[in-house]
Design a protein around this ligand. Structure first.
Ligand code: G3P
Length: 218
């Protein structure tokens, strides 16, 4: 299973990279705005900075909603760095743009996926990744993990190579359950990834080992 971090914060990306388990980064316009990154040149430079910090795929989202605009913006993003994955919304225009980029061998991430039918369309359009938002479904009392199960079944039925990128992951149990279901990738905040480290029995056990070692080596 791949771990992506869902942020545009360079310090957090560096921290996750230093842990040695990071496979890539996802961003979106809200995450860029949260870091105060505005204006085309600053945004493009920030994507390059992110690519230079990590080894894996870096999803960069188009802001255009029309087909021509998505193609122009996506080509500009793809030209920035070979780690860039063009992130497109699950709209009619986004699916058409996904097909355009996949035909050209440019990686894509189709985002804002909330149904199995939408995921199937993205796979048929050749998406590299499809991003179902599990946390946002949970927020409206709909089982986000059930959607991951449905998409896994459908993709396996037909051998689609599109990777299921479970997005809007909020906590450790989302990650563990996605791993049980067989999501290919999760993207979440550093807190969810680092949260996997924690267990009180590990802390208690380590404190005991240290105390016993110190007793015997005085
Ligand atoms: O990867 C999609 C993600 O950014 C959405 O997460 O927490 O805003 O629902 P969230």
């Amino acid at each position: 299973m791949k771990f992506f971090i869902d942020t545009a914060n360079l310090a957090q990306i560096e921290e996750a990279q230093a842990l040695g388990v990071l496979d890539g980064v996802t961003t979106n316009p809200s995450l860029m705005a949260k870091e105060g990154i505005t204006g085309k040149n600053n945004i493009l430079k920030h994507y390059v900075d992110i690519c230079n910090l990590v080894d894996g795929d870096v999803s960069a989202e188009v802001n255009a909603v029309d087909y021509e605009g998505m193609i122009k913006e996506g080509e500009e993003l793809a030209d920035l760095h070979d780690q860039i994955v063009v992130k497109l919304p699950l709209t009619k225009e986004g699916i058409m743009a996904c097909k355009y980029f996949s035909d050209k061998g440019i990686k894509t991430n189709v985002t804002l996926v909330f149904s199995a039918g939408q995921a199937l369309l993205a796979a048929k359009a050749g998406a590299t990744y499809v991003s179902p938002f599990i946390g946002r479904l949970d927020d409206v009392s709909t089982d986000g993990l059930a959607l991951i199960e449905d998409i896994r079944l459908i993709f396996d039925n037909y051998g689609y190579e599109t990777e299921i990128l479970a997005a809007s992951v909020r906590h450790t149990m989302h990650i563990i359950n996605c791993a049980k279901i067989g999501a290919d990738v999760i993207t979440g905040p550093l807190s969810a990834i680092a949260g996997l480290l924690k267990h009180p029995l590990t802390d208690i056990g380590l404190a005991q080992f240290i105390a016993d070692f110190e007793k015997g080596n005085k």
